[in-house]
Design a protein around this ligand. Structure first.
Ligand code: FES
Length: 151
């Protein structure tokens, strides 16, 4: 059995803060994992680059606030993902509330997010060490990447 590439633990240098702000969105690969680092409204976020639903590339997704969470919209089928938590978001109504009012709800964490830190103008990410399977993990593995390439 082939051993999977294990990324080094701890922070990984992404780039200079000013350059990343100017770029707004940067794709980096750490330990075989493709990660989107983005800067929006003064905050850096890092999340798996491929959408948990079907591997869509989030790099060009629009960002908007939904139900008090900043979310990125996957360009492929328009799923919404919160930037800070990686939650899948959906709009629904509570049938017990009359008249029904549509609100944004969470489906729970679907997209793996990573910590971003800054030191002396340098930006680093630390990969999430949450051992639970998160749906976006699929598209970071060999099978998922192959499937993405064929889609
Ligand atoms: Fe992202 Fe379907 S692949 S919404």
């Amino acid at each position: 059995m082939e051993e999977e590439e294990q990324p080094r633990r701890g922070p990984h240098f992404v780039g200079k803060k000013e350059e990343l702000i100017e770029a707004k969105r940067t794709l980096i690969t750490v330990g075989g994992r493709d990660i989107l680092v983005l800067h929006h409204q003064g905050v850096f976020y890092a999340l798996d680059c491929y959408c948990y639903h079907s591997g869509g590339n989030l790099q060009n997704g629009d960002i908007e606030e939904l139900g008090s969470r900043l979310c990125i919209t996957c360009p492929k089928h328009k799923y919404k993902i919160s930037l800070a938590e990686g939650e899948g978001m959906f709009k629904g109504t509570d049938p017990t509330v009359k008249p029904p009012v549509a609100k944004w709800y969470t489906k729970g964490v679907k997209q793996r997010v990573h910590a971003v830190t800054e030191t002396n103008g340098d930006v680093y990410i630390t990969l999430s060490d949450d051992r639970c399977y998160i749906e976006s993990d699929y598209y970071q593995g060999e099978v998922g990447k192959e499937r993405r390439a064929k889609a």
